[in-house]
Design a protein around this ligand. Sequence first.
Ligand SMILES: Cc1cc2nc3c(=O)[nH]c(=O)nc-3n(C[C@H](O)[C@H](O)[C@H](O)COP(=O)(O)OP(=O)(O)OC[C@H]3O[C@@H](n4cnc5c(N)ncnc54)[C@H](O)[C@@H]3O)c2cc1C
Ligand SMILES: NC(=O)c1ccc[n+]([C@@H]2O[C@H](COP(=O)([O-])OP(=O)(O)OC[C@H]3O[C@@H](n4cnc5c(N)ncnc54)[C@H](O)[C@@H]3O)[C@@H](O)[C@H]2O)c1
Length: 500
Amino acid sequence: MSGAGGGAARGRFAVVGGGIAGVTCAEKLAAEFPSEDIFLITASPVIKAVTNFKQVSKTLEEFDVEEQPSSLLEKRYPNIRVIQSGVKQLKSDEHKICTEDGKEYIYEKLCLCAGAKPKLIVEGNPYVLGIRDTDSAQAFQKNLAQAERIVVVGNGGIALELVYEIQGCEVIWAIKDKAIGNTFFDAGAAEFLIPKLTAESRETPIKCKRTKYTVEGIEEKGRPTAACDKLGSALGPDWHEGLHLKGTKEFSHKVHIEILCEVKKIHLQQEFIQLQQTSLTFPKGEKDVEPDEVLWPVYVELTNGKIYGCNFIVSATGVVPNVELFLDGNNFAVGEDGGLKVDKHMHTSLPDVYAAGDICTAAWEPSPVWHQMRLWTQARQMGWYAAKCMAADALGESIDTDFSFELFAHITKFFNYKVVVLGKYNAQGLGSDHELMLRCTKGHEYVKVVMQNGRMMGAVLIGETDLEETFENLILNQMDLSAYGEDLLNPDIDIEDYFD
Ligand SMILES: Cc1cc2nc3c(=O)[nH]c(=O)nc-3n(C[C@H](O)[C@H](O)[C@H](O)COP(=O)(O)OP(=O)(O)OC[C@H]3O[C@@H](n4cnc5c(N)ncnc54)[C@H](O)[C@@H]3O)c2cc1C
Ligand SMILES: NC(=O)c1ccc[n+]([C@@H]2O[C@H](COP(=O)([O-])OP(=O)(O)OC[C@H]3O[C@@H](n4cnc5c(N)ncnc54)[C@H](O)[C@@H]3O)[C@@H](O)[C@H]2O)c1
C-alpha cells in the first residue's frame, strides 16, 4: 500500500483481524506477493500466530498458537504492515476502510476476519460472564477466586472444559439437553465421560495431538491487554492451563448437572427477596435438595422450576459473528447463524470482499462429510484458503476448493481424554437413515462410528484409540464396508491391515 499524501493509503490487499484467520491470511498473501505491502488492521494489540504447524494426517493438523506482539509478525514478513486500530466503517462501494484513529485505507481486495463474540443468555447483566479472550478469561478467574457457587449455562466446548477444571467452588451446570457435551458427543459418550467429572481429584493433564497455546515475546508483567473485551482475539486450546481456576472452598470438585432446562429468569438479590420464593442448596444426592438459608448476590430460576443462588453465572452458550459494524451501509448476505455468507472461494456477496474464520458462514454446498464449526483449525484453514483465492482472483487464475474442506476433522481434549471427531460424528443431517457401531472400555476408550449404506460417515474417538488415520481414510474413500460388519470395531483385529 502506498500513502497518498494526507488522504487514504492505497494498496492491493487488506485484512481485518489479528486472530488466527486474519494472521494466516495476511501471511499467505505476504508470501504470495512479496513486493506488495499487506495491511493487517486489528483492534487488538497482540496477534495470534500459528507456529510448528504439522499435518498429522490428510486432514488432521497439529500446531501451536502463540500470542505475539505485532512487531514479531512484521519482522517475519517485512511486507506486512500491522495497523493497530479498530475498523470504524467499511465503505465497500468505495473499497475503503475507515479506522478509529481517523485514517482511511483503499483496498483492491479485502478479507474480513473479525471473529465472533460470546452469545450471552442476557446482555448487560454484570453477573453474567462470557469467556472469549484473555481479558474475559482473567475477569472470570478473578471472580471465581471470590466465589462459593457459580451456575454454568451451555453445553458446548467452553462449558465442558470449565466444569472439569474448576475446583473449590460448587458448580450448578444447567443444560438444555439430556446429556453433557451435545456439540461434540451423544448420550453414550457423555455416559463414558461422567465418572471423570465426579472423580474426587483430577489427573495430570495428558499430552495429546492438539493445538497448544502459548504467549511469545510478551512479558507477563507488562503484558498488553486488549483495548476492549469485545475486540480481543478468541482464546483457544489449553486456554485454561495458565489460569488458576479455583473458588474459595477447599474441596476439589463439586458439579451438579440440571438437565433438560434453560434459564427462565435471573433475579438480583433484592428482587429475589421480594419474590418470597425458595432457592435450593447444592444437591447432595439425586433428590436431596433443601431450601437454602444463604443469601446470594444473584439467583437463577430454571425452566424446571428450581432456583439456585450463586455468586455469578457463566454463559457458555455459543458465539455470534462480529458483523454489525460491517453491515452498516453494506448489503452483505448474512447466514442464519449471523455470519457473512461466503461462497466456495471465501468471497462474500460484495465485490472484492472475502471473509474467513468465526465471522463467516460457509454458504457453499459442502462435502457430505464436512460442516462448519467455529474452531481454531477452521479459522486457520479458511484464512489460508481465502488468501489463495484472493491471489488467484487478482491474477485471473482459477482455484479448486481446498482439500481441508473435504472432511471435518478436529482433535481436542475433554476431561483429560484425547478426543478426535471426524465427519458427521453425531450423524448431523443424516436423519434416521444411519447406524451406529460402538466399542467402549470404561475409563479407557470410547469408539463410535456412524455408518450409512455400509459407508463410514463419521466417528468419535475418545482415548488413545490410534484409529484416527484409518477411519479418516475410510470416510474419505467411502468404501463399502458392509462385508466387515462388526469386525470394523473388533479390538482383536488390526483394522489397518484390512485397508492399508
Ligand atoms: C474459551 C475458548 C476456548 C476455545 N477452545 C478451542 C479449542 O480447544 N479448539 C479450537 O479449535 N477452537 C477453540 N476455540 C475457538 C477458536 O478460538 C476460534 O474459533 C478461533 O480463534 C477464531 O479465530 P478468528 O481469527 O476467526 O477470530 P478471533 O480470534 O476472534 O480474532 C478476531 C480478530 O479481529 C479483531 N477485530 C474484531 N473486531 C474488529 C474491528 N472492528 N476492527 C479491527 N479488528 C477487529 C480482534 O481484535 C481479533 O484480533 C475456543 C474459543 C474460546 C473462546
Ligand atoms: N475443545 C474445543 O474444541 C473447544 C473448546 C472451547 C470452545 N470451543 C469453541 O469456541 C466457541 C465457543 O464455545 P461455546 O462452548 O460457547 O459454544 P458451543 O457452540 O460449543 O456451545 C454452545 C452451547 O450452548 C447451548 N446453548 C445455546 N443457547 C443456549 C441457551 N439460551 N440456553 C442454554 N444453552 C444454550 C448449546 O446447546 C450448546 O450446547 C465454539 O465455536 C466452540 O466450538 C472449542
